[in-house]
Design a protein around this ligand. Structure first.
Ligand code: 3HC
Length: 295
């Protein structure tokens, strides 16, 4: 049987965390959103406020409704404020050492019956569960970017996850209006296992001169009905994130299809992380994106 959830903690207010917090608040949960410092926290809260304002402008919600959702989110820089949460979802940097350090601390603060979830894109869920005192109450809840829009949440069961925690996670994702798909703790789960090699192959196709950046993207939109071309999508996901996911997948499976293409490696050295850094396969400094002339 699923546990009752009222208070949700979200760790990290970045690209994924702010969206996960907004979705939970939109579904009626009381949310504590934690960041490392005040500046980063305010940036994340600002993104939520912008999205809520956009929905009001478009007539999708009233100002009152937006205010109620915003009012359910409390920002903090202290783990202590998560003590009373029933569910804690982490969406911090995709680094196992950082996540382990964070869980060791959070585990000592948050009430013992709470369920813990990681939004990891590719790291093994069990590695995080094992450093807590509650490996049975640990799951993966993998949201997709933008979390406010994408329908899917992969609900990941690791070898230690107990039935109650898994049912709680499934029920929670469904209560947010998401399509909750259960999956096993295998690197990349379902979507990234298939999507990451696709994006990497698009980079290789570009390297081989099959088409320009724009041509590859336009071809996949018009020819395969995708909402975004693969190189636009790579910029959107973040090239640093894509790089770290493919490294994890390559380490796990040792298959060429998961290896970092040289172009990606060089772009990361240049600090081109995609849309979030202003440059990736496209240059985002103007009114609309243009192909990155430096490539
Ligand atoms: N945050 C919140 N809402 C957003 C948003 C954002 N960043 N970007 C767009 N939206 C909302 C808009 O407000 C709009 O809402 P409305 O329908 O209520 O008005 C809706 O999304 C559609 O937006 P637009 O009309 O501006 O633009 P599009 O129709 O082109 O849709 C898109 C934008 C939804 C991002 C679409 O291009 C898309 O689906 N792209 C593919 C995204 C994708 O594949 N994501 C998965 C990435 S992989 C991943 O996340 C896994 C991770 O582990 C790496």
């Amino acid at each position: 049987m699923a546990q009752q959830i009222e208070n949700v903690g979200v760790l990290g207010a970045g690209l994924m965390g702010h969206g996960i917090a907004q979705v939970a608040a939109g579904a009626g949960y009381s949310v504590v959103l934690r960041e490392v410092d005040e500046g980063t926290l305010q940036k994340g809260l600002g993104k939520i406020e912008k999205q809520l304002a956009r929905a009001v402008e478009k007539g999708k919600s009233t100002q009152e409704e937006a205010d109620v959702v915003r009012g359910r989110i409390t920002g903090t820089i202290h783990y202590q404020d998560l003590a009373d949460c029933d569910l804690v979802i982490e969406a911090i940097t995709e680094s196992l050492p950082l996540k382990l350090e964070m869980w060791r601390e959070v585990d000592q603060i948050v009430k013992p019956q709470a369920v813990f979830a990681t939004n990891t894109s590719s790291l093994a869920v069990i590695d995080q569960a094992a450093v807590t005192s509650r490996p049975g109450q640990f799951v993966g809840l993998h949201y997709f970017n933008p979390a406010q829009v994408m329908k899917l949440v992969e609900v990941v069961r690791c070898v230690t996850t107990d039935d109650e925690a898994f049912a709680t996670a499934l029920e929670f994702a469904r209560s947010e209006g998401k399509l909750a798909i259960p999956t096993k703790d295998k690197a990349g789960f379902i979507v990234n296992r298939l999507l990451v090699p696709y994006m990497l192959d698009a980079i290789r196709a570009y390297e081989e001169g099959v088409g320009s950046v724009g041509e590859i993207d336009e071809a996949m939109k018009a020819g395969a009905g995708h909402p975004m071309g693969p190189l636009t999508l790579a910029d959107f996901v973040g090239l640093d994130t894509l790089g770290s996911i493919c490294d994890v997948l390559f380490d796990e499976f040792r298959e060429r299809r998961f290896a970092r293409p040289p172009t990606l490696r060089k772009m990361l050295s240049a600090g081109w992380f995609g849309r979030k850094s202003g440059k990736g396969f496209y240059d985002y400094s103007g009114d609309s994106p243009v192909e990155n002339a430096g490539l």
